[in-house]
Design a protein around this ligand. Structure first.
Ligand code: EPU
Length: 439
């Protein structure tokens, strides 16, 4: 097979595993910041281009230039999709359907690679995809993805650690996708993508309601799919014969926006956040109001105002529209600075607390009990060398570094490059003293 062209982004922005960030704390963030397109919307949408007819170019706007996006583009390259980037616009064209094997080495590096399973199966009748293992935030099984695809008539077996899925033509079905931890975001995406080309009607009950799932459905509907109810727990998909390419703009990244809002609040800053949707952030803004931070929609964007004394709060992470697990670590830093005792309970990934041990090194007072962290506010955090363990934990440690007295060195910064576009440039423009040291 001829490998299709892939121009994935700017080499200068690619970090290495040894890069670290050095932050001189206690600068108030001030100014305007523009949020990029959502990583977690762009990843499944890029995978969904596999469903479109060969030779017709998809134009996707607002695709952030991130390590995870580049990994998806490499994988799609293996699978015969060409990719060209110009700024934040990607042109994606299926050029060759002969290879349907997503190798474990690719999937291992980025779990969202599992999103190619549904599209490959539906469009090509065959998919071989490395079974993702666990990762630092927890076990992360894919049983619900497989259950959903089986319900659509696929035969699925495991061979040498790969999932092998086959079907001549999938058939619509009624599928319940709830699991022990609630709905599944990428599981819903996989089954929805597969059902677009199935014969007849599919109903997904207990579908994930995340805005990223809705954005994927909007993209697919532009391609000619017939999906209704996306963004609610009951989704209907009327199968069609084929999907054509289209032009689509990816929604703004609500987690990046939330991270900047929390950073602004933590530094008692004066920040306006552009290209962010307040309607995607209600669970956060509601909690922030209790803490003493208001977020207001103005003509220029979202304005963040923090009281000098922050109040303690209890938070539980839940599927959307509940409080997102992807903002748990960042909010925990704000709780460290509140005047009293706070609680944060993780209901999506009970072990996602790797940042706690690092925050203790910075003088935080946190006790972990099972899936709960009990936080007693401290007067100040103190700069220290700390280790990033995953994407959102890294963001939390950066926020901690921004408020701490003295210097903080965040090591293993490659985690942050997976999901935040130009984070140190954006923070520097807001007045932070933050530097990347390449080793
Ligand atoms: N789960 C199962 N079985 C499955 C699938 C999931 O038991 O087959 C469980 C998971 O173990 C977890 C819960 O269900 O306890 C929810 O997981 P979900 O499937 O919704 O997670 P995901 O789709 O794999 C996406 C995001 C994550 C985000 C979660 C939860 C992408 C690419 N990833 O993962 O984002 O934390 O939803 O909102 O969309 C991040 O961006 O940092 C990140 C980890």
């Amino acid at each position: 097979m001829m490998r299709p062209t892939i121009t994935t982004g700017n080499d200068a922005t690619k970090g290495t595993s040894m890069d670290k960030l050095i932050i001189q704390g206690q600068a108030r963030l001030k100014g305007e910041v523009t949020i990029s397109g959502a990583k977690n919307a762009a990843l499944p949408i890029l995978a969904a281009t596999l469903l479109t007819e060969t030779g017709s170019p998809n134009t996707l706007q607002g695709v952030p230039d991130l390590a995870d996006i580049r990994a998806m583009l490499e994988l799609l390259g293996d699978l015969g999709v060409s990719a060209q980037r110009e700024g934040s616009t990607m042109t994606m064209t299926v050029t060759d359907e002969s290879n349907s094997h997503a190798e474990y080495d690719r999937v291992r590096k980025m779990r969202a690679s599992i999103c190619v399973l549904g599209p490959l199966l539906a469009k090509r009748g065959y998919a071989r995809v490395g079974m993702p293992g666990g990762c630092v935030i927890g076990a992360r099984p894919v049983d619900l993805h497989l259950r959903g695809l089986r319900a659509l008539g696929a035969t699925i077996e495991l061979d040498s650690g790969d999932i092998i899925a086959k079907a001549d033509r999938l058939r619509g079905a009624e599928i319940f996708l709830g699991g022990a931890f609630g709905s599944t975001v990428l599981g819903t995406a996989n089954v929805m993508m597969a059902a677009t080309l199935a014969e007849g009607k599919t109903v997904i009950e207990s579908a994930a309601c995340e805005p990223e799932v809705k954005d994927l459905a909007d993209y697919l509907n532009r391609c000619g799919a017939k999906i209704t109810g996306a963004g609610t727990p009951r989704m209907c998909i009327e199968g069609v014969e084929s999907l054509h390419a289209c032009t689509h703009t990816v929604i703004p990244d609500r987690i990046e926006a939330g991270t900047f809002i929390i950073a602004a609040a933590a530094t008692n800053g004066d920040v306006t956040i552009q290209n962010a949707r307040l309607d995607h952030l209600f669970a956060l803004t509601d909690k922030l109001r209790e803490i003493g931070v208001t977020v207001t929609q103005t003509e220029n964007g979202l304005e963040v105002n923090a009281a000098r004394r922050l109040q303690p709060v209890d938070v539980t992470t839940q599927p959307y529209p509940g409080f997102p697990t992807d903002l748990q670590a960042q909010l925990l830093v704000l709780q460290c600075l509140a005047d009293g005792n706070s609680v944060i309970t993780e209901r999506i990934y009970p072990d996602r607390f790797m940042h706690v041990a690092e925050l203790l090194r910075m003088g935080a007072n946190i006790r972990k009990e099972g899936p709960t962290a009990l936080i007693t506010g401290v007067k100040e955090l103190i700069g220290a060398p700390v280790m990033a363990s995953d994407l959102r934990a890294s963001a939390a440690l950066i926020i901690a570094g921004l408020v701490a007295r003295g210097d903080t060195e965040v090591r293993r910064v490659y985690h942050i490059d997976r999901g935040y576009e130009n984070i140190e440039k954006k923070l520097t423009a807001l007045g932070a003293n933050i530097q990347r040291v390449k080793e």
